[in-house]
Design a protein around this ligand. Structure first.
Ligand code: TYD
Length: 206
């Protein structure tokens, strides 16, 4: 099974991925989790280029291709082998991030991005996607006050981040069987218990 987490910056995805992976392990499931972009030697190098404030001149198409390049490597080197081993793979961001940030955020042609993502992932789609939805103003403020990394992409204007959020909500609405939306402004333990309930419900339907 392949589960992905999506959401605007500062939605608390990383903590929730960790907590859900621990929950599943306690239940006896074999679990593997990773983050995007990165988690391969090549992917981490691409991540540095993407996040570096010195690369403010990066064109949105360059940015799109770099995210897709990191993902293609992750799919082949990490995701597919772990799925083949029968593990539950949980990813902190995947192809939908590119659709939200580079597609909706940068207002690129969404059909073109979809084709590019199909190429980069060789058509591998998640079974279940959790959208941790939050107003980007709250998310970015959270990110800044927590002293977390403030990268080149966080520094895009608020309107950009609002388009990203709206894009996510549109994708979730279009495919409710894959997407489950959770209000990420709730306290983290409540977010986690909602996630666990949604996942158990999903598994019991299978
Ligand atoms: P990261 O520090 O990992 O943030 P987060 O904890 O919010 O995931 O930085 C990832 C940044 O890259 C984040 O701003 C979202 C952005 N991003 C894209 O723009 N496109 C993509 O395809 C991916 C995977 C991430």
């Amino acid at each position: 099974m392949f589960i992905t987490f999506e959401g605007p910056d500062g939605s608390g995805k990383t903590l929730q991925v960790q907590l859900l992976a621990d929950f599943l392990k306690r239940k006896g499931f074999p679990v593997f989790s990773a983050r995007e972009p990165g988690d391969t030697t090549i992917g981490e190098q691409i991540r540095k280029v993407l996040m570096d404030h010195n690369n403010a001149a990066m064109h949105p198409r360059t940015e799109t291709l770099l995210f897709c390049a990191a993902r293609a490597q992750l799919v082949e080197e990490v995701i597919k082998p772990h799925l083949v081993m029968g593990e539950i793979v949980i990813l902190d961001r995947y192809a939908d991030s590119t659709m939200a940030y580079q597609g909706y955020g940068h207002q690129n042609d969404l059909n073109l991005i979809a084709r590019l993502l199909d190429f980069a992932t060789s058509g591998l789609e998640p079974d279940l996607t959790f959208l941790l939805d939050i107003d980007p103003k709250i998310g970015l403020a959270r990110r800044q006050s927590s002293g977390g990394e403030w990268n080149r992409l966080d520094a895009y204007q608020i309107h950009y981040h609002q388009r990203v959020r709206a894009g996510y909500l549109e994708m979730a609405k279009a495919d409710p069987s894959r997407w489950k939306v959770i209000d990420a402004s709730l306290p983290p333990d409540m977010v986690q218990s909602k996630l666990q309930n949604l996942l158990l419900l999903y598994l019991s339907d299978k």
